[in-house]
Ligand binder design. Sequence first.
Ligand code: ADE
Ligand code: ZN
Length: 354
Amino acid sequence: MAAPRTDRTLDPALAALVADLPACELHVHLEGTLEPELLLELAARNGVELSTTTVEEVRVTHVFDSLASFLAVYYPAMEVLRTRRDFSDLATAYLTRAAAQNVRRAEVFFDPQAHTSRGVPFEVVVEGLLDAVERAPHELGVDAELVMCFLRDHPVASAEETLTASLPYADRIIGVGLDSDERNHPPADFAAVFARAREAGYQLTMHCDIDQEGTLEHLRQVIEDVQVDRIDHGSNVVDAPELLAVAVERGLGFTACPLSNGFVTEQMKAPEIVALLRAGAKVCVNGDDPAYFGGYLKENLAALAAAADLSAADVVQLARNGFEASWASPERIAEHLAEVDAVAAAHGVAAPRP
Ligand code: ADE
Ligand code: ZN
């Protein structure tokens, strides 16, 4: 499928607000930020032979109409990531782009099992990523944190081993997540490993991908059984008012990714995202796998604003929600929100009433 199109263009004043607002990225897969240029550079550096040799050829392979067809292109590309320097370069490239979009905080996903399963040691992955993440506040003005995802289509025992391997880094990884192919891999299968992760001090999030088989039962499991701190995607919850009410009451974040929705389903799911916003849920807009789905956080926000005809106040609320759903300290969240409100005010948008 081609990149999702909207027929509306953004009003220039709203486009400027979208560009200038400080933002919080809560749903980006670092491996999904592997741009074709870096893919080719790492392949050459590591002597990895690819079937594609130009940026254009790589882009031609980015054709997906489902989560599964995306993952079939996504995992093989990771073969070029081998050394600590590779992982550091990947994260630095992402954080540099994020800073240029006024992202002030980024809680970034990585998939250790996608690397350890092909012989790259866990320590190489984490230490390479930490090299970049821990430099980002001083060098780029981005507070960055790692969120380690388990692959739900790998055995639970492998998630357990990955959790154990992470424990020496527990004070440098903020949370754990659950991603990859959701079909036949419900959240409840991972309840015990997530309970252990909680005991180790990690925050918890899980993907509930859009329109997956059994999605409302999966949402029930993440909210009622696992009791996650945040939900990735999850906008089908608008079809389960009682669950939505619990999520709103708990202030649970929902990390929406409009552009990737438009690839893995038929639509960006703008009405569902707006319904979450109107219901008072802490829904925010994110990048997901920007190298594959045509845009980083701000392109996602602009696409949603255009498709849903959002007001300036809506756009500001989405930006605020990102920080409020983050795992930063309350003091740091307050600082970020004050900056959002100052930028909004400079664009003539009044701060929301407390
Ligand atoms: N891995 C990378 N992106 C993903 C997504 N959006 N859903 C599930 N697994 C993923
Ligand atoms: Zn995702």
